[in-house]
Design a protein around this ligand. Structure first.
Ligand code: PLP
Length: 395
């Protein structure tokens, strides 16, 4: 039987390759940080979600080792059977304190948090109103739920209002959005979303994956940026980006919602507990972030330095409130050539074009980190200028 199926797969794979969409992996032979080793060569890394520069943090590595020594390697169970240690409770408390929320539930990843948040809470009598650019995991989570689906144009509040009016037909409504959209680096207009939610009696859910640790005066995320701490019903997030970059996800918010998720959320009920090393390092991470704001302060300075340098050089950069800088090139082919020329100069960035971004909106995405030094940021800008001149993007 496999013969025919194999031919079919081979054809599909060839199609992906011909469309220029085949994803190759670069193999890193060092720790994950600002400067990495790839194929024996030192390269500058501007495409990781390592916003606070903590992926190689010594204090977190020590905490992970210590937790492994005291609580072992694995949990061999889901939470409710025999997979909950004191550490899991402690991390959930630390996350609630960080976001100013009532309670928190841990997942293996934010993909699971988003996959398991809608189905236990809403049914066919309810409505989910989703931003058109929401992350794949929210889209999948919505698909698993029987609620009626509405979609509004990215961050378009007139369209959201229209959808909310239509959704009055349902019993309960929830608006869900990414906090920061990963292609432009723009933040969801959460102040206006919450006003509309109030007016049209809707709950609000925000995915904080690219905003937590980054937005707001102390990096406490989108609710800090808009002065709405404790007022959003549901936040989801990851430990895999700003928060150390290992793995793990969470949902945090109103305590009855979290209590219901513990009873009914399928990725929580039927998937293994996070291992002690990850949980122990997570506890240390939130302790570290509460002691000092130095990592977040450095990130903000670095983003400002990089943006100023790129604008002065003459590049067209989307406005951003996050650590994501979209350098607009508009041409799909150019974005790919530009990215590979940068790679030749030892600078790793990602070029995006349709269908990942709208047609004619091709760009290079640069992700700034607190782990970058001034010299590394300048080297990146200089490389952009060299390639920009060579390819005629800069005069
Ligand atoms: C990265 C990301 C996720 C997935 O997080 P994991 O913990 O890696 O599963 C979910 N939502 C958004 C918006 C993300 O950027």
């Amino acid at each position: 039987m496999y013969g025919k199926f194999k031919d079919y797969l081979q054809q599909e794979l060839d199609g992906i390759r011909e469309a220029g969409l085949y994803k190759e992996e670069r193999v890193i032979t060092s720790q994950q940080k600002a400067q990495i080793e790839v194929k024996g060569k030192q390269c500058l890394n501007f495409c990781a979600n390592n916003y606070l520069g903590l992926s190689d943090n010594k204090r977190l590595i020590e905490a992970a080792k210590k937790a492994m020594d005291s609580r072992g390697y694995g949990m061999s169970s889901v939470r409710f059977i025999c997979g909950c240690q004191d550490l899991h409770r402690e991390l959930e408390k630390a996350i609630s304190d960080y976001f100013g929320t009532e309670d928190t539930i841990l997942y293996a990843a934010c993909f699971d948090a988003n996959g398991g948040v809608f189905e236990p809470l809403f049914n066919e009598q309810d409505a989910i109103i989703s931003d058109s650019l929401n992350h794949a995991s929210i889209i999948d989570g919505v698909r698993l739920c029987k609620a009626v689906r509405y979609r509004y144009k990215n961050a378009d509040m007139d369209d959201l209002e229209l959808q909310l009016k239509m959704a009055q037909a349902q019993r309960f409504r929830i608006i869900c959005t990414d906090g920061v959209f990963s292609m432009d680096g723009n933040a969801a207009p959460l102040d206006k979303i919450c006003e509309l939610a109030e007016k049209y009696k809707a709950l609000v859910m925000v995915d904080e994956c690219h905003s937590a640790g980054v937005l707001g005066k102390t990096g406490r995320g989108i609710t800090e940026l808009y002065n709405l701490r404790g007022q959003v019903d549901i936040l989801t997030g990851t430990l895999g980006k700003a928060f150390g970059g290992a793995v793990g996800g969470f949902t945090t918010g109103r305590k009855e919602i979290i209590a219901m998720l513990r009873q009914r959320s399928r990725p929580y009920l039927f998937s293994n507990s996070l291992p002690p090393a990850i949980v122990g390092a997570g506890i240390e991470l939130f302790k570290m972030l509460s002691e000092s704001n130095e990592h977040h302060d450095r990130l903000v300075e670095n983003v400002e330095f990089f943006r100023a340098g790129m604008l002065a050089a003459g590049f067209d950069i989307k406005p951003t409130v996050s650590a994501i800088c979209a350098v607009m090139l508009y041409d799909a082919k150019l974005s790919q050539v530009f990215a590979s020329e940068l790679q030749e100069l030892g600078v790793f960035v990602t070029g995006f074009y349709y269908p990942v971004v709208p047609k004619g909106q091709a760009r290079i995405r640069v992700q700034v980190s607190a782990g970058h030094t001034r010299e590394q940021l300048q080297q990146c800008i200089d490389a952009f200028v060299v390639v920009g001149k060579k390819l005629g993007v800069l005069k």
